[in-house]
Design a binder for this molecule. Structure first.
Ligand SMILES: Cc1cc2nc3c(=O)[nH]c(=O)nc-3n(C[C@H](O)[C@H](O)[C@H](O)COP(=O)(O)OP(=O)(O)OC[C@H]3O[C@@H](n4cnc5c(N)ncnc54)[C@H](O)[C@@H]3O)c2cc1C
Length: 310
């Protein structure tokens, strides 16, 4: 099968880009492995008009909108991408899927997102997206006024603690593996946020509810929500065949696919990227906006290529 654009990744960014392309009468397919980053969460917040909608419901609506304008969606994983020049030496690509299919495309939109890697603390992963959280704008309101523990694995913990202190007066920083530098400790003291030294050995759960953490020294700290910093991971191997190499993001949270303009154009001709794969801080609505920008620019790029000169 051959398309104007193959979109790799069917989260908010990819589906939004595909909708823009379909509405411009472009043939487009979204290949999606079905694991959006926010899947463990009960609802999407800070998305105007969609507050609280379960993440997969939002994406199901997005898929319907893509199909309304003639786009296709495929439940599959792209395993490799390579250049395969089109007629008259024009830009072209082949995308190989895990079921062996090969899709031909004039352009690519990469919206594969990121995978959160959690601190290696027994019991933590099972609570992820529920009462183990990372983002005050995603779940902060839901844990307001609760006893919150921020697990320090980097200096980012202080920033998180200050943000969550806006939502609850009962915030503590658990020093864990990073501790808190003296100049940062002053900021915490200004907001009456205690620092509890010691490595977190495990997460305590009762009746499917987080109730605290146990420190390596044996003491427990009662908490009903934990805040962590995750390390973000993307699939670098997928894009190696087209020369796209991830670079560290300045935030230190992980690597991203570098883009060279605000529409998500990469340095590799014919390839755009959008959403968390380029911006770890992108929320669902901003990932969708970035996908739209990329879709619109991809359409214009194809028009430029098809415009006869002279
Ligand atoms: C627990 C949690 C809760 C969150 N809650 C909120 C919230 O309330 N509000 C908010 O705005 N943001 C929230 N976020 C952030 C939100 O998850 C991201 O903003 C959003 O998912 C980014 O969209 P995306 O399209 O870039 O990536 P994703 O949504 O992650 O979508 C990427 C898609 O690409 C697919 N994919 C990956 N590799 C391939 C491949 N090789 N082939 C095919 N498909 C592939 C994945 O399976 C996935 O379906 C939350 C994040 C987490 C971790």
């Amino acid at each position: 099968m051959s398309f104007d654009v193959v979109v790799i990744g069917g989260g908010a960014a990819g589906l939004s880009g595909a909708t823009a392309l379909g509405r411009s009468r472009r043939s487009v397919v979204v290949v999606d492995a079905g694991s959006p980053r926010n899947a463990p969460a009960a609802g999407v917040h800070n998305f105007l008009s969609r507050d609280g909608l379960p993440p997969r419901e939002l994406l199901a609506i997005g898929r319907t909108e893509v199909k309304r304008y003639g786009g296709l969606t495929l439940d599959a994983t792209a395993v490799s991408v390579r250049r395969a020049p089109g007629p008259a030496g024009r830009i072209g690509f082949e995308v190989e899927l895990d079921d062996g299919q090969v899709l031909a495309a004039r352009r690519l939109l990469v919206t594969t997102g990121q995978v959160d890697q959690l601190p290696a603390i027994p019991g933590l992963a099972a609570r992820w997206g529920r009462d183990v959280i990372h983002c005050p704008y995603c779940h902060g309101w839901e844990v307001r006024d609760q006893p919150i523990g921020v697990i320090a694995t980097s200096e980012h913990a202080v920033h998180q603690a200050l943000l969550f202190r806006q939502l609850s007066k009962d915030v503590v920083v658990l020093g864990h593996t990073a501790g808190v530098a003296p100049e940062q400790a002053a900021k915490l003291a200004a907001w009456d946020i205690p620092i509890i030294d010691g490595t977190v050995a495990s997460v305590e759960v009762t009746d499917d509810r987080l109730v605290g953490v146990r420190l390596a020294a044996g003491t427990t700290v009662p908490r009903s929500a934990l805040v962590v910093t995750t390390r973000l991971a993307l699939d670098a191997a997928l894009l190696a065949g087209v020369g796209l190499t991830p670079e560290p993001h300045p935030s230190g949270l992980g690597d991203v696919i570098p883009t060279i303009d605000p529409t998500g154009r990469t340095a590799e001709p014919g390839i755009w990227a959008a959403g968390n794969v380029t911006d770890p801080a992108a929320q669902v609505i901003t990932a969708a906006a970035a996908g739209l920008m990329a879709g619109a620019r991809l359409n214009a790029d194809l028009i430029e290529e098809d415009t006869p000169l002279g």
